[in-house]
Design a protein around this ligand. Sequence first.
Ligand SMILES: C[S@@+](CC[C@H](N)C(=O)[O-])C[C@H]1O[C@@H](n2cnc3c(N)ncnc32)[C@H](O)[C@@H]1O
Length: 198
Amino acid sequence: MRQIREPRPAVRDEVDSPAAGVSRGPLVIEPIGVIRTPFPAPAGAPIQPSRAGGARGQALVFERFRQGLQDLAGFERVWLIHWLHQAPPPRLLVTPFLDAQPRGIFATRAPARPAPIGISAVRLLGIDDGILELADVDIVDGAPLLDIKPYVPEFDCYPGTRAGWFDESTSDRRVADHRFARHSGESPDDCINGPRKT
Ligand SMILES: C[S@@+](CC[C@H](N)C(=O)[O-])C[C@H]1O[C@@H](n2cnc3c(N)ncnc32)[C@H](O)[C@@H]1O
């Protein structure tokens, strides 16, 4: 299996027709906290938890959500679902940190996404009064925290899974450069909304 075949016309019409009742409007999500890290900007931050070399950070959970942290301390890793608040405008084709040619944004973990949501499986060192002490963070300081889920190897780990272009990557890059910094001079051809107006 390489490509998903064209959807049947009825299915495609349901998605593509503005009258089909499929919601396209903005969604409202309330952050449950904020993430603090030593990385003030995208450039210079680790590119993934697996390459973060233990970089430390904290997740501060707002008071009214703290009861939900009960029983989390037993997990060695947690998924942080976070808002990439310093992401550049979305692009549908990007050259990922670990490759040298453009790839579809949904075949990458690049931040320039239509819905700039990050997922990071970080190490949980401890929890004290609503503050999660973390290691292996790849997140810019001040990122809104949208959700926390326990990392469960049976659910989240599929050793030997095929990984597309990444399987051919030989890059040992660990830290982001400026390519997904805001105002990074992205190619207008790749932008969803055309050239950015200045
Ligand atoms: C390649 S992304 C991966 C993030 C997450 N692990 C994922 O897979 O969704 C990591 C890079 O995104 C950038 N980044 C991290 N947090 C960000 C934020 N809040 N806003 C914008 N860019 C961010 C940094 O350059 C970092 O090196």
